[in-house]
Write a protein that binds this ligand. Structure first.
Ligand SMILES: *[C@@H]1O[C@H](CO)[C@@H](O)[C@H](O)[C@H]1NC(C)=O
Ligand SMILES: *[C@@H]1O[C@H](CO)[C@@H](O)[C@H](O)[C@H]1NC(C)=O
Ligand SMILES: *[C@@H]1O[C@H](CO)[C@@H](O)[C@H](O)[C@H]1NC(C)=O
Ligand SMILES: *[C@@H]1O[C@H](CO)[C@@H](O)[C@H](O)[C@H]1NC(C)=O
Ligand SMILES: *[C@@H]1O[C@H](CO)[C@@H](O)[C@H](O)[C@H]1NC(C)=O
Length: 386
């Protein structure tokens, strides 16, 4: 008996040691991320406005599983809430797709340091809108993540305000639906519409007196999305539609495979229907087949030159794969999350600075920035929960 119980005990100890190492790696990543945090802009230097929402989200997600950083996270939420609207890049932001299919957000000259304006009221959702609908939706999800950690209704109210303003722009170009990329650029693309589904579904689970309204929005938007043709014959999602409303064949970016997974998992929680889980599993498995290398590490086709936007994408995929894994556990999802986190730490980290870069399989690409780093941190946080 003794050998058996002692080998059980050592297996348990090994598991505890692994879990401790995972939390400790995520802590190191958090400390490193904060070296880029600029309390006078409420954003993370070296990356853009919408990336800031994603840095805040990964911090909130870590705080949700690690009580020891909650006080730090609350401080960050409060600072970003009060000062980020003063660097909202609205006047002059522009989004384009280059000839190579790379997304490209351009900011006003001198942004953000030279364009600080008097702080607008952060409780007013208009202060968070910059004309790019996806940007505002990222902030909506970020404030929901902050609400989940703090229970602070100010953040949930802001997310609702953002959603309602975006909903007022529900499109008419393609199949009477969808959210345009920008108020002035009516490209019907996957990201703005997927984020809309996810935001509606997240709100449905948190705002009980309007749950049915948010469920109805999420269902309408998902039914529209599924019928557009953005999901291709392989089951993955291209970037968007042509002006004639057919799949434009632009790259299968990891974030477009990811956001819908979290959206459908949240929608299923608000209004259970196995078809949501079935669709999410189909997309997730097609995406892994398309984007993972033979070691299960996720890539985007632009590596290593993914600036300025696609540096953020893979972490978004993993964050949302975890939401699906919680709703519908699958060995493959656990393996992918573990492989990414392990490889990032071993192969994609500058061991002198602990900065995390763009190619999760390595070798480390110099230099990293708050976008590559926060994106990789998503995997280090996700692995704590699988
Ligand atoms: C909620 O968040 C707001 C904005 O950061 C802050 O001013 C307020 O003190 C928070 N409320 C509580 C109860 O912590
Ligand atoms: C983006 O595309 C628009 C046309 O859709 C064009 O007018 C504008 O010059 C482009 N901006 C950049 C920065 O390439
Ligand atoms: C929110 O800000 C916008 C733009 O400054 C303003 O027009 C609107 O009246 C404000 N809404 C509220 C409720 O204060
Ligand atoms: C589940 O969702 C699918 C796809 O949206 C829909 O066709 C079906 O009617 C739904 N089932 C129920 C029981 O609501
Ligand atoms: C962030 O770092 C990656 C990896 O080196 C690089 O490709 C990208 O250009 C950097 N982003 C910016 C905005 O400089």
């Amino acid at each position: 008996m003794a050998p058996k119980s002692s080998s059980l005990a050592s297996a348990v100890l090994l598991l505890i040691a692994e879990a401790t190492a995972q939390v400790s790696n995520a802590h190191v990543a958090f400390t490193t991320l904060q070296e880029w945090y600029n309390p006078s802009t409420g954003l993370w230097d070296t990356a853009g406005w919408w990336n800031g929402a994603n840095s805040m989200t990964v911090i909130a997600d870590l705080a949700a599983v690690d009580a020891s950083i909650v006080q730090d996270a609350i401080q960050i939420f409060e600072t970003t809430f009060s000062v980020a609207p003063s660097v909202n890049p609205s006047a002059g932001i522009e989004k384009n797709i280059t000839a190579h299919g790379i997304m490209q957000t351009t900011y006003p000259a001198g942004w953000p340091d030279d364009t600080i304006v008097a702080t607008a009221d952060p409780t007013n959702s208009t202060s968070w809108l910059d004309g790019a609908n996806d940007d505002a939706e990222w902030w909506g999800l970020a404030w929901i993540a902050a609400y989940d950690v703090t229970g602070n209704e100010t953040y949930l109210n802001l997310a609702e305000g953002i959603f309602n303003q975006i909903a007022s722009g529900w499109g008419t170009n393609c199949g009477n639906g969808g959210i345009y990329w920008e108020t002035t650029n009516h490209y019907v693309n996957a990201i703005a519409s997927e984020l809309f589904i996810s935001l509606a579904a997240h709100l449905a689970n948190r705002v009980s007196d309007s749950a049915s309204t948010y469920i109805a929005w999420a269902e309408e938007a998902w039914n529209w999305f599924a019928a557009t043709g953005m999901i291709n014959s392989e089951g993955t999602i291209n970037d968007g539609l042509t002006s004639d409303c057919v799949n434009n064949g632009q790259p299968v970016w990891s974030y477009n495979q990811g956001v819908i997974l979290g959206g459908l998992a949240e929608l299923n929680r608000a209004s259970p229907n196995q078809s949501y889980i079935h669709s999410a599993n189909t997309i997730a498995q097609a995406a892994i087949a398309a984007l993972a290398d033979s070691d299960h590490v996720i890539h985007d086709t632009c590596e290593p030159n993914c600036a300025p936007d696609a540096t953020q994408f893979k972490g978004i995929f993993i964050r949302n794969l975890l939401l699906l894994h919680r709703a519908s556990p699958h060995d493959l999802y656990r393996e992918v999350i573990e492989a990414c986190a392990t490889s990032i730490w071993a192969n994609d980290r500058d061991t002198s600075t602990n900065q995390l870069s763009i190619d999760w399989a390595g070798p480390y690409v110099s230099s990293a920035n708050s976008s590559t780093h926060s994106s990789a941190m998503d995997a280090l946080v996700a692995v704590i929960s699988v």
